[in-house]
Design a protein around this ligand. Structure first.
Ligand code: ADP
Ligand code: MG
Ligand code: ZN
Length: 481
């Protein structure tokens, strides 16, 4: 039988606020363990939480950016469970009255055309507090608990089960992450765990409309893990079904070293969290005015930017998708194009050379030494014939490493293209004289030898000869005589 995958994703994004969601403690990452704590986030008795308004506002922002309806009335609820990193014995989350519902994220196919788009529906977005962290490493006996993260604000974004492959899941996560970063709702830094994902995966026979039993792979903070875990899970479930077995609903974890998921705990169907409305927090009322204000402050979002890039710059959809994947990259591109308005050429350099160099150095576009105006200046130098395309690659590498302007590099290293016909002519005469056998061969019909002659001239000039001129002159001299 042929099966298809059905995937629904739950993303936890840390909201970019100075302080925690219900107290004034700092929400910054990486501090001395248990230095960002107070009676409220420690869960001491007799204290009252106070909601951080910024979290609500950023939640509204994300809701609008993902086309959700913002609930006029929402409410926190207690999700009760025991775990050492949860001092209160419950997590303050939202249950039946979430902040936002019924949105979607538009995703783009990852192939070279980038033309395929699909809308993945969002079930809901809700606010909640993060738990602390159990620390096992470097401790001789037992574990310790660090509660700096307890009470840090999160937004949970739940998708409908509409994703049908690992590739699509990654495309969705990338699109959602871009929205979070564009809107300033979260830095979505995956290494810090500020953007993590639970993948619910089931399979069903192709053509069936019923959902299969799912497994939930918890807490992945890398696109690669998500992709691999989903692929693994699809095969694992298919094998079970093919052998006549039954997939059990359970929570699993991805082990990247072993390249497999393993069972963490089985999950009963029934709600075992005993949710009830949080009695210490008043319900949240959001009026149209507030929503309108937040909407008016939203920047241009990736979806809109992508469409504008295709229309205004006549770029292929694929280029537009990549260039708008981050605001900083899009800004870099646009600034370069404002100086050197041949958009496709700029796009090729940004997507190819620039992104490759950055990846090699493990850098983000924000940290790049090369600035958009300098890239534009380099492209001008190629365009007006000052340097050859080949030399430009060398200059570019140096620009990336040093942040110097292309003009300075070209001058310092004497890389200006040789276009003087007299000078080139004399050089070509020498090359022809030095290679009589090849000349004879060429004239006897082995025209492929042209490449050999061009190569010789380039070698003599250290790659600086103007290739167009060299070709013309060589042809004249070889064919003419
Ligand atoms: P829970 O809170 O127990 O994780 P939910 O009903 O809220 O359960 O579902 C969470 C996620 O699981 C959603 O993203 C949803 O789309 C997805 N999901 C639910 N059923 C399935 C299924 N049969 N196959 C794949 N994903 C599913
Ligand atoms: Mg879940
Ligand atoms: Zn606190």
């Amino acid at each position: 039988m042929k099966y298809e995958a059905v995937i629904g994703l739950e993303v936890h994004a840390q909201v970019q606020t100075n302080t925690k969601i219900f107290c004034g403690c700092s929400a910054t990452f990486g501090a001395e363990p248990n230095s960002h704590v107070c009676p409220i986030c420690l869960g001491l008795p007799g204290v009252l939480p106070v909601l951080n308004r910024d979290v609500v506002e950023l939640g509204i922002r994300l809701g609008i950016a993902t086309h959700c309806q913002i609930a006029p009335f929402s409410q926190f609820a207690r999700k009760n469970y025991f775990y050492p990193d949860l001092p209160k014995g419950y997590q303050v989350s939202m249950f039946d009255l979430p902040l936002a519902e019924h949105g979607f994220v538009e995703i783009f196919s990852e192939d070279e055309t980038g033309n395929g788009t699909k809308k993945i529906a969002l079930t809901r977005i809700h606010m909640e507090e993060d738990a602390g962290k159990n620390v096992h490493d470097g401790i001789e006996v037992g574990s310790l608990v660090d509660l700096n993260r307890a009470g840090v604000p999160l937004l949970e974004i739940v998708s409908e089960p509409e994703i049908s492959s690992g590739d699509e899941a990654v495309a969705y996560l990338k699109a959602l992450r871009a929205i979070l970063i564009y809107t300033g709702v979260s830095d979505a830094d995956m290494e810090k765990g500020n953007f993590r994902c639970d993948a619910n995966v089931s399979i069903r026979p192709v053509g069936s409309t019923q959902l299969g039993t799912r497994s939930e792979i918890k807490n992945m903070n890398s696109f690669r893990y998500v992709q691999k875990a989903i692929a693994y899970e699809m095969i694992r479930q298919e094998e079970i079904l093919e052998e006549g077995g039954r997939v059990v609903q359970e929570t699993r974890l991805w082990d990247d070293k072993k390249g497999m998921t393993f069972s963490m705990r089985s999950k009963e169907q029934a709600h075992d969290y005993r949710y009830f409305p949080e009695p210490d927090l008043v319900p949240i009322k959001i009026d149209q005015e507030w929503i309108a204000k937040v909407r008016a402050e939203l920047p241009e979002l990736p979806e809109a930017k992508r469409k504008r890039f295709i229309e205004n710059y006549a770029l292929p959809a694929y280029d537009a998708t990549i260039l708008t994947s981050s605001q900083a990259l899009a800004d870099f591109f646009e600034e370069a194009v404002s100086v050197f308005p041949k958009a496709k050429i700029v796009s090729n350099w940004v997507m190819g050379d620039l992104l490759r160099e950055l990846k090699q150095d493990d850098k983000e576009i924000e940290d790049a030494l090369i600035k958009p105006k300098q890239l534009a200046a380099l492209l001008k130098l190629i365009d007006d014939g000052t340097i050859s395309g080949k030399i430009a690659k060398t200059v570019f590498e140096e620009m990336v490493q040093s942040g110097k302007s292309p003009e300075d590099i070209v001058q310092e290293k004497g890389l200006t293209q040789m276009s003087d016909e007299g000078e080139l002519g004399r050089l070509i005469d020498r090359v022809i004289a030095a290679n009589p056998t090849e000349v004879e061969g060429y004239r006897a019909g082995k025209t492929k030898l042209m490449g050999f002659f061009v190569g010789q001239v380039m070698r003599e000039t250290g790659g600086k000869a103007n290739p167009g001129k060299v070709n013309t002159l060589l042809k004249e001299k070889l064919d003419g005589a």
